[in-house]
Ligand binder design. Structure first.
Ligand code: BES
Ligand code: MN
Ligand code: ZN
Length: 498
């Protein structure tokens, strides 16, 4: 069921809702009501902050307390969420803080179906952040539970009298629906999302969204076309690979982008089999392709003035009698030969084919997104993705876009001296280096080999952020997170504004 979101200007005190969400800051003398909460606090005769204090609330970010209103306001409960210290000098609470707070509040709503959001929303930007965080925090994946579905909130009432909030709310909805699509794809068990299934979903998305064209290459077309990387990785599986191409165009566009997403629907490692503890979450190895498809859906809805093509490189990496062997040599799309020394370094093989193919669209910028290396997690942890690029300016543009989109990323180098580790004794290049240090960077350098001189290119390694194996936090659930979706949308918008 989908959630209806409307913007209202009435006081939250008189609203017919099941809960009112308010924010409070961590003040020197305890919790202080944030803008939006003051009416409610007044209705409690200033007692809300006191009640929160008694409950041990400090106002730290994402702390949540539910307080019975006992008639002080019309809604039966207040969900109070911490926003951290009040911004200094009368500044505004940041979009990211608001999204995380709204997400945490929605996760605590229980089965309250109509929720009013009275968080700070004095600008369209803040209103969008509140709405987006609420819609993302209310996500649940229960397609496989027999106990019945956890219903999404029926109605969200966003309290704001700022200008432009209608448009902000629409934008938040478009982004949230898309990010939640990426999460669903990642969460779906791999038996139900083999490459053909993923391509089928992409076709459905293209059919439903206006202005998306789609074309799918099946295993025969891939073999005929010389896509050695995708075929090599997919050949061990009973479920054949696919390469999906989506395109979006705008009549006033002056630039074009290509997105490429890694879509390994399950990564067993192949014959270089992963240990069980590293394999049990490898349904998430299509998080890059999920983010790319989700971003295309959002872009079709938001219609920035830019042309975008997207490639989903879909394969299942399995061990079998037909699987590629360590030491096999593949001829990639475009003719480069690769010695496969480790079949678990499969992502770069499917990505290389798709990156070479993307050049044929003559884009001004290629951005690839992949759950590419465990080394990304070692370097940056589970919440920050790595950004590498062919030049400093492109890398900075992508990091800036991620920050603007509310996603954590960090620039990483592509040191040329690591390239020689990929020298092969029989082919043009090997798929792994003898040395494991700097594994995220080596993988980036491998991909760089398939980017033409003069082509602007950035590479996002989202291995950690795409899947949350820990507790939920802010608006991030367990499992698929939809990481990089909003960054890709922002990159497209930034190109359109250029
Ligand atoms: N899909 C994995 C990377 C990964 C690890 C993603 C953990 C998400 C979480 C990738 O295909 C892989 O197996 N990479 C190897 C490369 C190595 C063999 C050079 C790795 O990182 O161990
Ligand atoms: Mn692998
Ligand atoms: Zn993989």
């Amino acid at each position: 069921m989908s959630t209806s979101l409307s913007v209202i200007t009435e006081s939250p005190c008189s609203l017919d809702a099941d809960a009112v969400v308010v924010g409070y800051h961590s003040g020197a003398d305890g919790p202080e009501p944030a803008p939006g909460a003051r009416d409610v606090d007044a209705a409690f005769s200033g007692g809300l902050a006191q009640a929160l204090s008694l409950l041990g609330a400090a106002g730290t970010a994402e702390e949540v307390h539910t307080v019975a209103s006992l008639g002080a306001i019309k809604a039966p409960v207040v969900i109070a969420v911490g926003l951290g210290p009040a911004p200094s000098g009368g500044g505004a609470t940041t979009a990211d803080t608001l999204s995380r707070a709204a997400g945490a509040a929605l996760r605590a709503r229980g089965d309250r179906a109509r929720v009013a959001l009275a968080l700070p929303a004095d600008s369209a930007e803040q209103a969008e952040a509140v709405a987006l965080g609420a819609l993302l925090g209310d996500y649940s994946f229960d397609r496989y539970r027999t106990g019945g579905e956890t219903a999404a909130a029926e109605r969200l009432l966003l309290v704001s009298s700022a200008g432009g909030t209608e448009r902000a709310a629409k934008r938040a909805e478009t982004l949230a629906v898309s990010v939640n699509l990426a999460r669903d794809l990642v969460n779906t068990p791999p038996v139900d999302l083999v490459p053909g299934d993923f391509a089928g979903i992409a076709e459905e998305v293209a059919r439903e969204a206006e202005g998306l064209e789609i074309e799918t290459l099946d295993e025969q077309a891939l073999a005929d076309g010389g896509y050695g990387g995708i075929i090599g990785v997919g050949q061990g599986s009973a479920n054949p690979p696919r390469l999906v191409r989506l395109s979006y165009s705008h009549p006033e566009a002056t630039t074009s982008i290509a997105f490429v997403g890694k879509g390994i629907t399950f990564d067993s490692g192949g014959l270089s089999l992963k240990p069980a503890s590293a394999m049990d979450w490898m349904k998430s190895d299509m998080g890059g392709a999920a983010a790319v498809l989700a971003a295309m859906r959002a872009i079709a809805g938001l219609r920035p003035a830019v042309n975008v093509v997207a490639y989903l490189a879909l394969a299942e990496n399995m061990p079998s009698g037909t699987a590629q062997r360590p030491s096999d040599v593949l001829t990639m799309y475009g003719g480069t030969t690769v010695e496969v020394l480790n079949t678990d370094a499969e992502g770069r093989l499917v990505m290389a084919d798709a990156i070479v193919r993307a050049h044929e669209d003559d884009p001004d910028l290629i951005v690839d997104v992949a759950t590419l290396t465990g080394a990304q997690l070692v370097a940056l942890g589970t919440r920050v993705f790595g950004v590498m690029a062919g030049d400093d300016e492109t890398r900075e543009e992508v990091v800036t876009a991620a920050t603007a989109a509310g996603e954590a990323s960090w620039p990483m180098p592509l040191p040329e001296d690591l390239r020689k580790g990929l020298d092969s004794s029989v082919a043009d290049i090997a798929n792994v280096a003898g040395e494991r240090w700097g594994g995220m960077l080596t993988a980036g350098l491998f991909l760089k080999e398939f980017v033409a001189d003069g082509m602007r290119w950035a590479h996002l390694d989202i291995a950690g952020p795409s899947f949350n194996r820990g507790q939920e936090f802010g608006y991030t659930p367990k499992g698929g997170t939809g990481a990089a979706t909003r960054t890709l949308v922002r990159i497209a918008e930034a190109q359109a504004e250029n």
